[in-house]
Design a protein around this ligand. Structure first.
Ligand code: AMP
Ligand code: MG
Length: 311
């Protein structure tokens, strides 16, 4: 597919949801049920398949070139579809150049360090795609909503004030700016599911024995903090959206649409890198020709005959 056409298709899907300037951002301007008038799921599936295929080809060049890396950050309320989006969008990707990190409640060792420590350890190396299923953003989301978690973070008390959230948000924005200037493409996805749809999905999980492992009673308990979470998400996006490290507020009540927008955003960002295979210089070309010659002239050596023992 020609470059121009790819960009036209992806832009149609990403433009309504990308946030590059936080100042005027309001969550109420976004709708979890939005599908941009797209209703043909068959067409959506076809588009997704093309995007996934295209991404696989680009990843091969990303890896060969060994210069850029890509960090994809996924944040959402429970049951918004992070896991399944990651699974679908990355389905064509070579596992050799891709790593998914899922961040849970921090361990004792992790709490002994600054809050970015455990995330920095999982950043993608050059040529690779790193996926953060939850991320350092939890430090201004769940930790902000449940401040008893902050109390367990072992910070010197004189460094903890009501300014801590603004400080963390600034530190995160600076950290991402640093990463992008080091050659990491940073894309952040907030899968925006509605409270009603979450309830439906929880009930569906309860109906399906194969989904019971995903269900936790505390997830239901968290619903009473819904508005606090939404306020924290809004402030987070306002403080950390930038041209270099944009947020995508992806409608998540329809999983097929979520996947399509996420795939389009990744395709668009990677396409902008204008990747190509490393150029082979004259010296390397001569080496390749010599190697071919050597291989062609190689004679099958006869297998050494087993010595027969004299009686
Ligand atoms: P899940 O991703 O559904 O398996 O759940 C992971 C759990 O870990 C969620 O309840 C998160 O809120 C929690 N979690 C992730 N990161 C942090 C963090 N930095 N501090 C405290 N809890 C966290
Ligand atoms: Mg969970």
């Amino acid at each position: 597919m020609p470059r121009k056409e790819i960009l036209k298709t992806t832009r149609r899907l990403t433009e309504p949801f990308i946030v590059t300037k936080g100042k005027d951002f309001r969550l109420k301007d976004f709708d979890p049920t939005d599908t941009r008038g797209l209703i043909d799921k068959g067409e959506a599936a076809q588009l997704l398949e093309r995007g996934v295929q295209w991404l696989a080809e680009e990843q091969d060049m990303l890896y060969a070139q060994d210069r850029w890396s890509v960090l994809l950050v996924f944040q959402a309320m429970d049951a918004a579809g992070k896991d399944s989006t990651i699974k679908h969008v990355m389905s064509g990707i070579n596992p050799q150049g891709c790593h998914v990190s899922s961040f849970k409640v921090p361990s004792k060792e992790e709490l002994e360090h600054d809050f970015l420590w455990r995330y920095i350890k999982r950043l993608p190396e050059r040529g690779c795609i790193g996926i953060f299923n939850r991320s350092y953003y939890e430090e201004v989301l769940v930790v902000r909503v449940h401040q008893d978690i902050l109390a367990r973070q072992m910070l010197p008390p004189e460094l903890v004030s009501e300014r801590i959230w603004d400080e963390r948000l600034t530190e995160i924005a600076n950290f991402e700016s640093y990463l992008t200037l080091q050659g990491t493409v940073v894309l952040k996805f907030f899968l925006y599911v509605s409270k009603e749809e979450q309830k439906k999905r929880f009930l569906a999980r309860l109906d399906r024995p194969d989904k019971h492992w995903k269900f936790s009673a505390s997830d239901v308990h968290e619903r009473q903090y819904w508005n606090d979470y939404m306020a924290a998400f809004e402030e987070t996006i306002r403080a950390t959206a930038s041209k270099r490290a944009p947020w995508f507020v992806v409608p998540a009540d329809n999983k097929w649409f979520t996947r399509l927008v996420v795939a389009a955003a990744i395709v668009e960002a990677v396409e902008r890198l204008d990747l190509h295979y490393p150029k082979v210089d004259a010296q390397k070309k001569a080496g390749l020709a010599a190697a071919r010659n050597a291989l062609m002239q190689e004679k099958e050596k006869a297998a050494p005959r087993a010595r027969t023992k004299k009686a």
